[in-house]
Design a protein around this ligand. Structure first.
Ligand SMILES: Nc1ncnc2c1ncn2[C@@H]1O[C@H](COP(=O)(O)OP(=O)(O)OP(=O)(O)O)[C@@H](O)[C@H]1O
Ligand SMILES: [Zn+2]
Ligand SMILES: [Zn+2]
Length: 846
């Protein structure tokens, strides 16, 4: 039992089974999550003697005047102070045992404990929206019940109520009604239903919630029959059905045959077909992809694959392969045999933006065994995909962060692609989980291998293979069990020994001295000129979206700011004729661009800094013959936009792809020979201990998009600080020396991956109250030992969306399990107007 080891004020969670059996008499009560819209509280119920209940079971409980579904969360041995035993009602029944398999339940509990989050909040992240909407409890006849003769003289063993209930059910073809309906029809039906269940004549089940009712659609199925009495028209329809394998959706059949429903009905009457409602799964619709075959592997790839294939228990593998080394092919070939053995695979990727290309590769290999799961899916799609995973059919789930909760019962492997990516970490709302950490626990609980793949591994993962004694983040004391291993696999070369592209660093100070005032260096200008001539394509990376980062008055220096946040407004101008907009990138506030300075009325407003729009405009001006596609969060807002833009570019409809962060990841386009970074400095100068790591990763990844095809690539990075060690390391593709230098600094300052951080974020509409609260909490901490307190300090942007933000950073020494503060006590120090988020292992400390 790991949970007792830490100081958990708000939670005491039983591990399924164990505690229940050992302390059966201690636990008289259970807290449940009630399946009722908007309800987020836990309610306490009494455990009935005759029912065996475990956390994770689906129950029915009385709630107000009704019976509702509920999930059993945790046992209580003591009643909460405000409740007396007389007030507590009993759990009515268990509808579904172990809805969550025990390992899954343990995972959710572990997350709740490690990230100091009430379990219910973890459950809400894990389950698709709507699953906990109001669902309906129903009663249906078993096959035995359907055939039970209940004329009054044969069913003497049944009570009159039970007879009434079974007769009612037998009247419907499906033998199935909601409890609500049965109770309306028959007085005190409840006793009768229990009796039927005991006799094995009926069973309980929980119907999925109404709002997400699976979509039903009419399907036409061909029946075997000798075709004698058919009209030529009807024969035609039967032929079409035969060609389609005997089954089609009615709408499709109507369309294909240009026929009417009455014609189909006539066929049904003659007994040639059946028309029935069938569930149509709502899954993300994607253009079909041509199938492909496993590639014959390079020596390094096959070595990697052989190692991975031997793993049949929990092992963490760092697959460190340079950009373009063929990591994806290794994933694909590692997954294939698992599917054949009836197991499933979970593949996590950082962002939707790069999912289409990757999912296509998986679809090409595994067809409809591939499911895509991410939070941008519509609720219905999410819900159906989730249920599809629940079936246990061997499948591959590809998704973003929250897909780590995919309820795959028979997991054979977990893969995190681009494992260094910070989008695997959730900053808000709680739980502030890192999908990599959760993946480690999940792989451990499922006893399957975890593959972390990257060309630029996170320092955490790097240290864990270099220095396997560093325990993975866990509230557990490191376990001594054998078999826990960390393995390092390297793919040091690109496919077919293609070289990594040479990286040219351009000192922008020299450009200015030489009289070049353009945002493009002479070197980049020449390279852009050559693109068209050589029929090649390029990628330009810009750190920011929008046009200019701020607008200021040349006469008085006034800077236009967001009224809700302490930041300047960014200038957005899409095209000539379109409205000129000023927008806040923090709260999305927008206003039109004023013709005059609001302060001094001067007409001379000037733009500073450059974003994707500004660069695109500049390109249009200087290189009018180059066709561009802008790829940033402004142009990819609509569903499918990522795919469309990338497809257009891949088809050669543009020469240049101009974009932010999102184009650095995973793009594999052989025609791209040139990669330009307009200004590397914006990345470097972020005030955060991870700035170097993030810059190295981003620049190396973006550089890695060049020269993946036949033609050699080149990379041009513009900067004002060419001597910066990170820039040097990117230039020489030297991950190792970057790591050594960076790790030495981190170790000296006790930063992760050596020390541990916990960030307390406080925010309030009241500037004084939040500051005072931060001060009080920090003072309270100062009496405790085992960690260092940094702050309280205002967040780097004090006010966002009118909330004032303060933070306190706690830094724990690397050795031993830290003596954690009592979070309940800390929370109690916060007045209602101040909200507190505890971010464990924070990534964004700004
Ligand atoms: N054994 C192989 N033989 C031929 N081509 C291969 C082989 N393995 C992979 N490739 C091709 O090489 C290209 C690069 O592979 P992939 O995209 O998997 O690299 P990666 O390591 O994931 O790169 P990055 O980290 O930059 O995303 C792809 O087009 C892929 O189809
Ligand atoms: Zn002014
Ligand atoms: Zn704002």
């Amino acid at each position: 039992m790991y949970i007792q080891d830490i100081n958990l004020s708000s939670l005491f969670v039983a591990e399924p089974g164990e505690l229940y059996q050992s302390k059966i008499n201690l636990n008289q009560w259970i807290e449940v999550l009630v399946d009722c819209p908007g309800s987020t509280d836990l309610y306490t119920y009494k455990l009935p003697e005759q029912l065996e209940i475990k956390p994770g079971d689906i129950l029915t409980v009385p709630f107000g005047s009704q019976q509702v579904g509920a999930i059993a969360i945790r046992f209580l041995s003591q009643l909460p102070e405000n409740l007396t035993p007389e007030q507590i009602r009993e759990v009515e029944d268990v509808v579904s045992k172990s809805f969550f398999p025990s390992s899954y339940w343990q995972l959710l509990n572990r997350i709740a404990a490690y990230y100091y989050t009430p379990l219910i909040k973890v459950i809400r992240v894990a389950l698709p929206p709507g699953l906990l909407g109001r669902s309906q409890r129903r009663l249906r006849l078993t096959p035995l019940g359907k055939n039970q003769d209940v004329s009054s003289n044969t069913a003497v063993f049944m009570s009159p109520t039970a007879q009434q209930v079974i007769q009612l059910l037998q009247k419907t073809p499906s033998g199935d009604y909601s409890y609500y309906y049965i109770q309306q029809k028959i007085k005190s039906a409840y006793r009768g239903t229990r009796e039927l269940i005991r006799l094995g004549l009926a069973e309980n089940y929980l119907e999925p919630p109404k709002i997400n009712q699976p979509k039903l659609q009419k399907a036409v199925t061909l029946l075997d029959n000798n075709e004698e009495d058919l009209t030529p028209r009807q024969k035609e329809i039967i032929e079409v059905l035969k060609r389609q394998g005997g089954e089609l959706w009615q709408t499709e059949l109507l369309q294909t045959c240009s026929t009417s429903t009455s014609t189909l009905k006539a066929l049904e009457k003659k007994g040639y077909v059946v028309i029935e409602e069938r569930e149509k799964l709502r899954r993300e619709q994607n253009p079909s992809v041509a199938g492909d075959q496993a590639k014959s592997l390079t020596a390094a790839q096959s070595q990697a694959l052989e190692t991975i294939k031997t793993l049949n228990q929990f092992t963490q593998v760092l697959l460190h392969g340079v950009t373009g080394s063929g990591k994806t092919e290794v994933y694909l070939q590692a997954i294939a045999p698992l599917l054949n053995q009836g197991q499933s695979a979970l593949v996590l990727v950082p962002e939707i933006g790069l999912t289409p290309q990757l999912t296509d590769r998986f679809r090409a290999r595994f067809g409809n065994k591939v499911q895509v799961y991410h939070s941008a899916l519509a609720d219905g799609e999410r819900y159906d995909t989730w249920r599809q995973m629940f079936t246990g059919e061997p499948q591959v789930v590809i998704g973003t962060r929250s897909a780590i909760f995919a309820p795959l019962p028979n997991l054979g492997i977990i893969i995190l692609d681009e494992e260094h990516d910070s989008s695997f970490k959730q900053d808000a709302p709680i739980p502030t989980y890192h999908a990599r950490t959760v993946a480690q626990w999940r792989a451990e609980l499922e006893n399957c291998p975890l593959i972390l793949g990257s060309a630029t591994p996170s320092l955490e993962s790097w240290v864990s293979v270099r220095n396997p004694e560093t325990p993975p983040p866990s509230p557990l004391p490191a376990s001594d069990e054998g078999g826990q291993e960390h393995i390092y696999i390297s793919l040091p070369e690109r496919i077919n020994s293609k070289p990594l592209p040479p990286v040219e660093i351009v000192d922008m100070r020299h450009e200015l001295k030489a009289g070049n005032r353009s945002i493009f260096s002479r070197s980049l200008q020449t390279a852009l000129e050559e693109l068209k001539a050589n029929k090649q394509q390029g990628i330009l990376f810009i750190h920011r979206r929008g046009h200019s980062t701020f607008v200021s008055c040349r006469s008085c220096g006034y800077v236009l700011e967001c009224p809700n946040c302490d930041v300047s407004l960014a200038y957005h101008h899409v095209e000539a004729g379109a409205a000129e907009l000023l927008r806040c990138h923090y709260c999305n506030y927008g206003r039109s661009h004023p013709p005059h300075c609001p302060e001094c009325s001067s007409p001379y407003l000037k733009f500073f800094g450059s974003g994707t729009q500004r660069v695109s405009q500049e390109l249009n001006r200087q290189f009018p013959h180059l066709k561009l596609i802008r790829f940033d969060s402004d142009t990819t807002r609509n569903k499918g936009a990522h795919r469309n833009l990338i497809t257009k570019f891949a088809n050669g409809e543009a020469d240049l792809l101009v974009g932010t962060q999102m184009l650095t990841k995973g793009l594999d386009l052989p025609q791209v020979t040139l990669v330009g970074v307009v200004a590397a400095d914006g990345l470097l100068h972020l005030s955060d201990y991870r700035a170097n790591e993030r810059t190295f990763q981003t620049l190396t990844q973006v550089a890695g998009r060049a020269g993946r095809g036949e033609d050699p690539g080149r990379v041009i990075i513009q900067t004002y600080t060419p001597e910066h060690p990170v820039i040097e390391a990117v230039k020489t593709h030297d991950y190792q020396s970057f790591c050594d230098a960076e790790l030495a600094e981190r170790e000296a300052l006790n930063y992760p991956p050596f020390g541990r951080l916990i960030l307390l974020r406080l925010s309030s509409l009241d500037p004084i109250q939040v500051q005072n609260t931060a001060q009080i909490i920090a003072t309270n901490f100062s009496e405790q030992t085992g960690f260092e307190i940094l702050g309280p300090a205002p967040a780097s942007i004090l006010r966002v969306a009118n909330r004032y933000r303060w933070q306190i950073l706690l830094k724990f020494a690397p050795d031993a399990l830290p003596n954690l503060p009592d979070w309940g006590e800390i929370r109690a120090l916060c007045p209602a107007s101040v909200s507190l988020t505890i971010d464990v292992d924070p990534i964004n400390i700004m």
